[in-house]
Design a protein around this ligand. Structure first.
Ligand SMILES: [Zn+2]
Length: 96
């Protein structure tokens, strides 16, 4: 289990299809994209994992699609700033 071997071992989450480029130089394992539906049923959050063989843990990529509620452009900018502040706080909490 784990460690560097000549045999190609994929993590359980690796899609193992065209997404996985680990057999190439500087390639990485990649998961399939997973969509999490919002309360209204539309997909708003897409999550995927990637990891180079030399790295100990994977990186999670989270892509958010959020409909802004304001029609005012300066208010939209403020909503985005507040969203990013909260996301940064959540990331700091997880990784700090
Ligand atoms: Zn893989």
């Amino acid at each position: 289990m784990g460690g560097m071997t000549n045999e190609l071992v994929h993590p359980g989450w690796c899609a193992r299809n065209y997404r996985c480029t680990v057999s190439r130089l500087d390639g990485r394992h990649r998961s399939a994209a997973v969509c999490f539906p919002a309360a209204d049923g539309r997909p708003t959050t897409v999550v995927s994992l990637s990891q180079r063989p030399t790295e100990r843990t994977p990186v999670v990529e989270v892509r958010l699609r959020i409909r802004l509620s304001s029609r005012d452009e300066s208010r939209q900018a403020e909503q985005i700033r507040q969203l990013l502040d909260r996301l940064n706080a959540a990331v700091r909490e997880m990784t700090g």
